[in-house]
Ligand binder design. Structure first.
Ligand SMILES: Nc1ncnc2c1ncn2[C@@H]1O[C@H](COP(=O)(O)OP(=O)(O)O)[C@@H](O)[C@H]1O
Ligand SMILES: [Mg+2]
Length: 288
């Protein structure tokens, strides 16, 4: 399954939220850096030995292999192990123009990621209409839209939620993948969740979007993540505790499929068809 993490605008904390969710996600998982505004996972993360991530493999290699049809046996072949315990496929050395070059490969990457036995936590950054990685969102089981709990953050959350409701429709799995979460101080989370609910119900198009929960605004934990060291303080901090709770709510809403017996990485011919009755891959006009 794919879990897209995204935002409307600004820099509310998509990448660290995706990282925290990936760290706490149960079972096999990988963090996929798919933010066309540029890759920085390779700069933020370290190997378990504390070194910089090697330049290869990376997203570029995955896209090239998808194009040529020479796919390896696992998505993890493109991932680096990190000191935070989560494997990552970084968009190393990729800027917006490089993402434009691989745009046509996203539908096949998305199909393969959806069929993989583990969870692909995809960081899409700002999910506007021109986001070339949109096919990843269109193939996601969950699209988690996040915002800061400020008046402007919540306003933009509603605007984007409304646009994404129309764009994603029933998604690849025949039911809307869209849900929202807010980043706020732990002590305020009940009040801020009420604010989100008020914002969403103010408009008919967003009133049925479920609020998945909250992520703690916790600078200390983010600083600890930056150092790449898994300390007891980090493990017991608000950020990872809130990530665990959020995952609980997300997986109760959209449970991961049973581990598949079939090969986890279908070839290009097998990657294209949608399940019977499901909408085609070009959900929301994002794929080609
Ligand atoms: N949960 C959080 N609590 C406090 N600060 C955060 C949190 N998440 C992100 N930040 C801060 O917000 C800034 C942007 O974070 P980042 O995850 O890179 O955002 P984005 O991917 O949306 O651009 C960083 O300076 C980071 O330290
Ligand atoms: Mg980011």
């Amino acid at each position: 399954m794919i879990v897209t993490v995204c935002a409307d605008k600004g820099s509310p904390g998509v990448s660290w939220t995706a990282t925290a969710l990936g760290m706490m996600w149960p079972g096999e998982r990988v963090l996929l850096e798919a933010d066309p505004s540029g890759g920085d996972a390779a700069l933020r993360m370290r190997t378990p030995e504390g070194h910089l991530l090697a330049r290869h493999p990376a997203l570029r290699a995955l896209a090239v292999d998808v194009r040529s049809g020479s796919l390896p046996t696992s998505l993890l072949n493109y991932a680096h192990q990190t000191s935070l315990g989560i494997p990552v496929i970084p968009a190393t050395d990729m800027r917006t123009e490089d993402f434009a070059l691989i745009a046509r490969q996203w539908p096949a990457v998305a199909a393969a990621a959806d069929k993989w036995s583990g969870a692909v936590i995809a960081d899409l950054g700002r999910l506007q209409e021109d986001n070339s990685a949109g096919p990843i969102a269109a193939a996601s089981t969950i699209v988690l839209l996040i915002a800061r709990a400020t008046p402007e953050g919540l306003y933009h959350l509603r605007e984007r939620a409304s646009a994404l409701t129309a764009r994603l429709g029933q998604g690849l799995h025949g039911r809307s993948p869209l849900t929202v979460a807010v980043i706020c101080p732990a002590r305020e989370h009940s009040a801020r969740l009420r604010d989100v609910q008020v914002q969403l119900t103010a408009e008919a198009t967003t009133s049925n979007i479920p609020v998945a929960g909250w992520i703690a605004e916790d600078e200390r934990s983010v600083q600890a993540l930056r150092t790449g060291q898994l300390t007891k303080k980090l493990a017991g901090g608000d950020l990872l505790k809130s990530a665990r709770e959020l995952i609980h709510s997300l997986t109760a809403w959209r449970p991961p499929a049973e581990a598949r017996q079939s090969p986890p990485w279908p070839g290009p011919a097998a990657a294209a068809p949608s399940p019977p009755g499901a909408p085609p891959m070009n959900v929301g006009g994002w794929s080609q």
